[in-house]
Design a protein around this ligand. Structure first.
Ligand SMILES: [Zn+2]
Length: 318
């Protein structure tokens, strides 16, 4: 579910809640009117007086007008007292800013932004461990500070963490670069991809995140089953697309062409994508053709994660 879907859902919920509160209050007032003679009488008096005030205002008799307005005020007060005595409360708003309309000064209110973000992250947490994967809890102590054949893991990962933090902080859809994370399983590729996703969703960006398996299965079943391409269109149009674990999908000629189309179309539209994979470049070449491999290497900022499997280390530490 994208942040836009979440906005729609939250706005609609808010509208329904407000309507039902209004209806409840209106029903209570109607009941009071049918049960209380004086309440009914006040309503008639106030409405008649309102019409007279309008005419008197035109005639310009200020003394008469003032008296009428005073009477109207007294009647109004009596009406309010009757409502209060009947136990009918004013509508209380959850948001004093937009009075639960969802809009403030012509823009979507902060309360909707907050709710939509929460909903979006809650939905994502059903398919990915987004709650556990933040920048704050990316633990560099798992990466040894020593020279290896592929470099110094601590130094490399400190650099990549910094890159991801800055990427999320300064993200602009039309300017952000695409990132390509490679390396063995358990080195934090999903963790950092989710941490970026979390920050950007929290800032209101339209992020589509999914494992290659989930994303491509959905696209395939929509395309061939329902003859729609909703998931594909979302993946093409979103501010940031994150494909986790490329190569983990069931590879077919259809998914191969999806990868090419998505990578190519988003590059042409200057829209950023983050792809991570356990595959080697040779595998990518072979599975997705050299055209895809050359784009991932040439036009994405490619980073190789190094170190040893964190999940294994974590279970050893326990
Ligand atoms: Zn509000």
């Amino acid at each position: 579910m994208t942040i836009r879907d979440c906005y729609h859902i939250c706005l609609e919920n808010k509208r329904n809640l407000l309507n039902s509160r209004n209806e409840q209050r209106q029903a209570s007032l109607s009941r009071l009117e049918s049960e209380n003679d004086r309440f009914r009488e006040i309503k008639q008096l106030m409405s008649a007086l309102g019409a007279k005030i309008a005419i008197t205002a035109i005639s310009g008799d200020k003394g008469k007008l003032k008296k009428m307005e005073e009477t109207l005020y007294v009647l109004g007060k009596e009406r309010e007292d009757l409502i209060k005595a009947a136990g009918i409360k004013d509508i209380s708003y959850d948001c004093s800013k937009c009075k639960d309309t969802g809009y403030f000064e012509g823009k979507i209110c902060e309360c909707i932004k907050r709710e939509a973000t929460e909903l979006c992250i809650k939905e994502l947490s059903k398919v990915a461990p987004i709650d556990e994967c933040r920048f704050e809890n990316f633990d560099l102590s798992y990466y040894p500070d020593m020279e290896t054949d592929s470099g110094n893991p601590k130094k490399r990962m400190t650099e990549i963490l910094k890159l991801c933090c800055e990427y999320a902080k300064g993200f602009e859809p039309a300017k952000a670069e695409s990132l390509f994370f490679t390396g063995n399983t358990g080195l934090g590729k999903t963790h950092l991809s989710l941490a970026v996703a979390y920050e950007l969703i929290a800032r209101g960006f339209n992020v589509v995140y999914g494992s290659a398996y989930n994303l491509f299965s959905k696209m395939e079943s929509e395309h061939f089953g329902e003859h729609t391409d909703r998931a594909y269109t979302e993946a093409i149009e979103c501010d940031l697309l994150i494909i986790d674990d490329l190569g983990g999908e069931f590879v077919s000629p259809y998914t191969q062409s999806l990868v090419y189309n998505i990578v190519n179309t988003r590059l042409l539209a200057r829209k950023p994508t983050i792809i991570n994979t356990n595959l080697s470049m040779a595998d990518i070449n072979r599975i997705y053709t050299p055209r895809v491999a050359s784009r991932l290497l040439g036009e994405y900022n490619a980073k190789r994660f190094i170190g040893s499997d964190i999940r294994q280390q974590r279970s050893l530490r326990k």
